[in-house]
Write a protein that binds this ligand. Structure first.
Ligand SMILES: NC(=O)c1ccc[n+]([C@@H]2O[C@H](COP(=O)([O-])OP(=O)(O)OC[C@H]3O[C@@H](n4cnc5c(N)ncnc54)[C@H](O)[C@@H]3O)[C@@H](O)[C@H]2O)c1
Length: 471
């Protein structure tokens, strides 16, 4: 087991939110960062995790942040050189980023959240409410704070590690297809490598096979990570980075009118949109196309432009098969006309078996399909760290890697996962990811589609989103 202390941190660390991810992270932080427990504190919205915090001697306070009180609460607890690790739901990331930039406090979150109601605010357009819109607002803070302390946006497993797996996957493809060994350094170099390799589409493909006892009951929503987080993102419209090779714009697709315009959104919530995808253990399956930050940031990062013209961009999106009981929970939620179930349950200690297979599926190059990512079982996760299941440990490992990177690069400004040193982050995260595999496949979304009444397929190019989408 990895026990190395990577650095000494002299500031205070404030964990905001103490749900599945933060509870999984705390033992890793104490193991790998030389900081006394007395300089770590937790502010959260409910009682979950109190026992764990007590066991580690970390101060635990229930004091939910709201638009009206967050400055006062944080001002009393954070000063220059401290670190705010935001693992909450329902607290606006942009407000916290601004607060931290003003005070030279280091910052990290794992997704960009609005204040409650932000995803459904009728005063905002659908584009403004989207992840794309939220990202534009957060990135615009770079103009206001061009030299701020490091603020890492959206860095868990996905978004987070997935951007580094994409880079490692491209490096491996370059080795196998081009016989090339140099590692790109700049954004244009990475984008040109993806273009040269002919990568047309990138899935963040995830198959979670964790099972737990008791099974999901009637009118209950269960999940292996935040129940609130998943309900929120699966009820938002699907979003995807839109590739330059695409010839068929989706019938219910919408373009954004401002910003880099690297992504589009669909007029349907992610819980109703399924896509064909593949992972090494499961093989082919249908995943939900749920909106996620990496779909936008990876697509934008790998764009090649000639002036204003987009010459190349891969299509990028999430393709998520949650654990079976969560699929049933989503199915029930939709059937209830989106009225949230009476009972919500986060599955951790009751998980009995299963693997979270999570990685980057790079499609359309000379070798067809290549998946690179983590195949962490719940049994291995438990051996590696307490207070975790496979899913939370993958996320916590990504947070740990990025927190340590930020501590060692404290003046990097507002950055996305693509701007971090991917090798350094993976070096820190890898000991917690179980088998990390790179696997080729001859899978295409056209396989087995010769049945009667097959949809209107594009047989010329298997990697068209039209072929990947389940109608
Ligand atoms: N990038 C990734 O790979 C990834 C993966 C999983 C989760 N996430 C995100 O990480 C975050 C945490 O996930 P989780 O599974 O730990 O969630 P969780 O639902 O288990 O925990 C959320 C925590 O936030 C706290 N909270 C709620 N309202 C608050 C408020 N107003 N002020 C302070 N705290 C508040 C809750 O009390 C709880 O402790 C979520 O935003 C989730 O979407 C990202």
């Amino acid at each position: 087991m990895a026990t190395q202390k990577y650095l000494q941190f002299d500031g205070n660390i404030l964990l905001l939110g103490f749900g599945s991810v933060a509870q999984g992270l705390l033992p890793l932080l104490l193991r790998h960062v030389d900081v006394p427990a007395s300089r770590i504190a937790i502010i959260t919205g409910d009682d979950r995790g109190r026992e764990e915090a007590d066991a580690f001697g970390v101060k635990f306070e229930i004091n939910p942040l709201r638009r009206e009180n967050f400055r006062a609460i944080l001002d009393a607890r954070l000063a220059r050189g401290d670190f705010l690790v935001n693992l909450s739901v329902d607290v606006a990331s942009a407000a916290l980023i601004e607060f931290c930039a003003e005070r030279e406090v280091l910052y990290l979150d794992t997704c960009i959240e609005p204040w409650p109601g932000g995803h459904t605010d009728p005063a905002l357009s659908a584009s403004q409410r989207s992840n794309y819109g939220q990202r534009e607002v957060a990135l615009a803070l770079r103009q206001k704070f061009p030299q701020s302390a490091t603020a890492v946006l959206t860095h868990g497993a996905n978004p987070g590690l997935i951007s580094h797996w994409v880079k490692q996957g491209l490096v491996n493809l370059a080795r196998d297809i081009l016989g090339a060994s140099e590692i790109p350094v700049s954004q244009p170099d990475w984008a040109r490598l993806a273009m040269r390799l002919g990568v047309k589409s990138i899935h963040c493909s995830e198959r979670d096979t964790q099972v737990s006892l008791p099974r999901k009951r009637l009118n209950e929503f269960v999940n292996t990570w935040s129940v609130d987080g998943l309900i929120s993102e699966s009820t938002q419209p699907s979003e995807l980075g839109w590739g330059s090779h695409e010839k068929h714009f989706p019938a219910d697709g919408y373009e954004h009118r401002s910003g880099a315009r690297s992504a589009i959104y669909l007029g349907r919530p992610g819980a109703l949109v399924r896509v064909r995808t593949w992972t090494p253990i499961q093989g082919p399956f249908h995943g939900f196309l749920i909106t996620h930050g990496e779909a936008i940031s990876i697509a934008e990062y790998l764009t090649v432009r000639d002036g204003d013209k987009v010459v190349y961009r891969p299509t990028c999106h999430y393709a998520y098969h949650p654990c079976d009981d969560t699929v049933m929970s989503l199915h029930e939620l939709v059937g209830r006309n989106w009225v949230t179930q009476e009972k919500l349950r986060l599955l951790r200690d009751e998980v009995t078996d299963g693997v979270d297979e999570l990685g980057a599926l790079l499609l359309g190059h000379e070798r067809g399909a290549y998946w690179y990512g983590s195949q962490l079982s719940v049994h291995e996760a438990r051996k590696l760290a307490p207070y975790n299941n496979a899913t939370s440990l993958q996320v916590a490992a990504g947070v740990l890697g990025a927190v340590i990177w930020a501590m060692q690069n404290p003046q990097a400004g507002i950055v996305e996962p693509e701007q971090l040193d991917f090798q350094r982050v993976l070096q820190i995260a890898n000991p917690y990811l179980g088998p990390v595999a790179g696997v080729y496949s001859d899978w295409t979304p056209l396989q087995g589609r010769n049945y009667p009444f097959a949809e209107d397929l594009d047989n010329e190019d298997p990697w068209q989103f039209k072929n990947i989408l389940v109608n």
